[in-house]
Design a protein around this ligand. Structure first.
Ligand SMILES: [Zn+2]
Ligand SMILES: [Zn+2]
Length: 869
């Protein structure tokens, strides 16, 4: 078996945290601080936190080969990715493309569409601008156009309408406005409908754009677009193809795309008074300017969900940029085919993964950042591109080979100094981009097992039997990257089974955040409750559901672990055989539990396995068997204690992978008492199930239900279990329970007689009627039993063992003395007394005296130890 832990070490999230630590606000600050210093600082951060995480994981009892974790910043990981990227390039899948992408002006890099889908949207209020653009060749006639990003208006190239939608021309005072019929509500004041037209009939109409002088090519006409919706705004859409992904799609190859922002979100030169201003500033300036120049119909506040940078929280903008992509088209069907072969748990993961593969666009892999995989792409001003697949190849192509040999690591800034000679004679430089960090995580099935260095070893372990990760986000993240790399290099998925789980939330079901104050730190939790209650909580959790975590929620697993621990106190170093029917039952129940647990674990249902084990220790052992053998434990019955010991030890072994700490504590305590020999429970073999008696287990289900109903009935009538009753009548049918089983029920319910009767009600319901008539004999027995229990515990307190004989005096009232007559030998037997006196007057013969109250009666017990039997 090979266990592989790993750390994702590179990418924007590390950079962002380190920027905060260093007090750097943006890329300019980083450049000032120095790329070299920054990269070194990021590495230190990873080293520090991976150490902490390792220690925490060990503290949690997380089973891993902790000395051999992988780090995605390693040279080997980088070089395996170079190898992969070269493969992509040779297949013609890796290309430089122009596209409008979501961009974080603070981080100065593209934010992958993939990241926005799940994590990036926040509700914000923007200004909604209703503009009026004059229609060319008409007098006082306007299109009403809606936008929530005024900064994009100078980049407006066309406006779009939907060909199927009804548009109307309305008259307001002396002016005429076009908008969709469904959006008439946006008009201020009275209006009169003058004309109706389908969108199709507006196509080609030209308008006056307020910033036409800033554009070289002036289009400014109405085009048709399916996505032009009448659900909001005016049904007429402003299109800035360089500032919106859909706008760009619409106009690609037909109309120019104007992208006025630089990578920090600042307007470039050539835009008049907007140049040099940040886009948020331009938003305000455009509003003022348009208002002044009569282009505004109205301005409103507009609440909507808008994408934000998932790492730094800054609002995203859309920019037309050159980025590097890998084509999805050629690989899509292969990925889907391989995904079908994977065993997914929970199963819906497979569907979601396929859904991602179906809808994913080309993979944008470049980031304009520092701490990451240096993309091995060298470019020449002549247009030539070289993708380098290994250090050896780089050494052959580099102008200064020494620089390659003396590279301290495969990172910026060192790698950027290496130049390649182009076939045109000029020098080629590496593009400055680093790779999407998902590339780093995706290549690990190869880098961690020496795919390039020791293929024989790699073959031995590829593909992995199982991988495990938190699911949301990973369909497009890690899982996606694993599939891409592996299907490209081998044609196969890199794992056979995938165990996933949903996210951990706080007790109210809200996401935990440091800033919200609802986050619980691992170190605090483990200090307060220990690791096992957390582990038990996780292991009981259905992985397809979100887990609610908190100290209240932890109470139940804590209590349940206490029950398991408390049973250990009853376990003695006894050897015995299953003599009674309850012994045979608990052994069978243990065996069927172990069998089922093994099955569930094999089926990747750890929560069902854990529930089965917990149910066994709570309901079968503690609330079942131990209650059944209570008297036998008191009598130190070797067989009962022997069975209890065997069952408990097997239970502890079965539980040890799930709750390793408490199991080991129990084991060591039992070891001290010489009940077990093996050094540690974790060095024992996991138990194999023995014989199972289904019929007996089913009978006991009935027995337990009858006892439960009987106890409830006693509860209802407020008659304590200590007081024997004459009869219990079981309603619900004749269950054909044998004598031995009936005896268990009688003992547990403390009744003299048990009767079964068909009930007319629903047969499945078992209820118990109790005959509560008290007789002197029953009352006397109740007291006699209670008194003998008190004596037994007093004997124990005085340090006497079972074999010690005593002389016993019991002082009681006259009434009680009468009730007890006839129970002298019962008491003598039960208390192991040589002599016994029951009297009204105190004789004060013995030293060890104690007073008790039973019901309303005062009882004094005194005794002396005489001898061993
Ligand atoms: Zn950002
Ligand atoms: Zn060249």
């Amino acid at each position: 078996m090979r266990y592989q832990n790993g750390f994702d070490c590179q990418g924007l999230w590390v950079e962002r945290e380190e920027e905060k630590e260093l007090g750097l606000k943006n890329k300019k600050d980083i450049e000032k601080f120095g790329v070299l210093n920054f990269v070194k600082s990021c590495r230190k951060r990873v080293e520090k936190f991976s150490k902490i995480q390792t220690q925490q994981s060990i503290r949690l009892g997380y089973w891993m080969d902790w000395d051999n974790s992988y780090y995605t910043m390693s040279d080997s990981n980088q070089l395996h990715n170079w190898f992969l990227l070269k493969k992509y390039f040779n297949k013609g899948w890796l290309y430089k493309g122009e596209d409008v992408v979501p961009w974080c002006p603070r981080c100065g890099t593209a934010s992958s569409k993939h990241d926005i889908i799940t994590e990036g949207y926040k509700e914000v209020t923007h200004k909604a601008l209703f503009m009026r653009f004059p229609i060319k060749g008409k007098k006082n006639e306007y299109f009403l156009i809606f936008t929530t990003t005024p900064w994009t208006v100078p980049a407006d190239v066309i406006i779009a309408v939907n060909e199927k939608v009804d548009y109307v021309k309305v008259k307001q005072d002396k002016e005429y406005y076009w908008l969709s019929k469904k959006r008439l509500e946006e008009l201020k004041g009275k209006y009169e409908i003058i004309e109706k037209r389908k969108g199709k009939k507006l196509e080609g109409m030209e308008y006056e754009m307020p910033y036409a002088d800033m554009q070289k090519e002036k289009i400014h006409k109405v085009v048709l677009w399916d996505l032009a919706s009448e659900e909001e705004g005016t049904g007429i859409v402003h299109c800035a193809p360089g500032c919106g992904a859909e706008d760009y799609e619409l106009s690609k190859g037909k109309f120019p795309a104007i992208s006025p922002l630089n990578d920090a979100g600042i307007y470039d030169k050539g835009y008049g008074k907007f140049s040099g201003k940040k886009y948020s500033e331009v938003n305000k300036l455009v509003l003022e300017d348009l208002k002044e120049r009569g282009f505004v119909y109205k301005i409103e506040n507009y609440k909507h969900r808008y994408p934000h940078c998932w790492r730094c929280g800054e609002e995203l903008v859309f920019r037309l940029v050159d980025e590097w992509y890998v084509k999805a088209k050629e690989i899509r069907e292969k990925l889907k085919k391989e995904n079908k072969k994977i065993e997914w748990y929970p199963e819906y993961g497979k569907v979601r993964q396929e859904d991602w593969f179906d809808n994913m666009s080309d993979w944008l892999i470049s980031r304009k950042r520092y701490w990451g995989l240096p993309l091995p792409i060298w470019e020449c001003s002549c247009g030539n591109i070289e993708v380098v697949g290994s250090l050896k190849e780089l050494g052959e192509k580099a102008i200064d080979k020494k620089k390659v040999n003396s590279l301290p690591e495969i990172h910026r800034p060192w790698i950027d100094e290496i130049k390649i000679k182009c076939k045109c004679g000029k020098e080629m430089e590496r593009i400055k981009d680093v790779g999407d960090a998902w590339l780093d995580a995706g290549i690990t099935p190869f880098s961690t097992q020496g795919y390039l260095e020791n293929k024989k070893y790699w073959k031995e372990w590829f593909p992995a039997d199982l991988i495990s990760e938190n699911m949301p986000g990973q369909y497009r993240g890690w899982f996606n990257a694993l599939f891409w790399a592996s299907v490209t290099l081998t044609g196969k998925a890199p794992f056979k089974a995938m165990f996933g789980y949903e996210t951990l939330k706080d007790e109210k079901g809200e996401e935990m955040h440091k800033s919200k104050g609802n986050a619980i730190w691992f170190d605090d939790a483990v200090e307060k409750v220990g690791a096992d209650p957390m582990r038990l909580l996780y292991c009981l959790q259905d992985p397809s559901q979100e887990l609610r975590f908190g100290f209240h929620v932890l109470r139940e697993p804590q209590n349940n672990l206490n029950v398991l621990y408390n049973v250990s106190r009853l376990v003695k170093n006894a050897k015995g055989n299953a003599k009674n029917i309850e012994d045979k039952w608990i052994i069978s129940k243990l065996n069927s539990t172990i069998k089922k647990v093994k099955e569930e674990i094999d089926n990747l249902h750890p929560h069902l396995a854990t529930r089965k084990l917990q149910d066994f220790w709570l309901n079968e052992l503690s609330r079942g068997y131990i209650q059944f053998i209570r008297d036998r434990i008191a009598e130190e019955d070797k067989n009962a204690l022997g069975v209890l010991r065997d069952v408990y030890l097997n239970l502890i072994k079965s539980c040890s992978p799930i709750i390793p700490f408490i199991c080991e504590v129990i084991w060591q305590e039992l070891r001290k008492e010489k009940i077990v020999k093996e050094e540690s429970v974790h060095l024992c073999k996991w138990p194999k199930p023995g014989k199972i008696n289904r019929k007996l287990e089913m009978d006991f289900e009935v027995v337990k239900r009858i006892i439960e109903a009987g106890l409830a009935s006693r509860d209802e009538k407020k008659i304590g279990l200590k007081w024997p009753l004459a009869k219990a009548i079981v309603l619900g049918g004749d269950f054909k329970l044998n004598k031995e089983l009936q005896e268990i029920i009688k003992r547990q319910l403390n009744v003299k007689e048990l009767l079964f009767r068909e009930s007319h009600a629903n047969k499945k319901d078992i209820s118990v009627d109790l005959d509560t008539k008290m007789t002197k004999a029953l009352e006397g027995e109740g007291y006699a039993r209670e008194i003998s229990r008190k004596v037994q515990s007093s004997r124990k307190k005085a340090g006497l063992v079972k074999e010690d004989l005593i002389e016993l005096e019991i002082n009681v009232s006259k009434k009680l003395k009468e009730l007890l007559s006839g129970f002298e030998s019962f008491l003598k037997e039960r208390t192991n007394s040589k002599e016994i006196v029951i009297s009204e007057d105190k004789l004060n013969k013995y030293k060890l005296e104690s007073e008790h109250k039973i019901k309303q009666e005062r009882v004094t017990i005194s005794f002396n130890r005489v001898s061993r039997r």
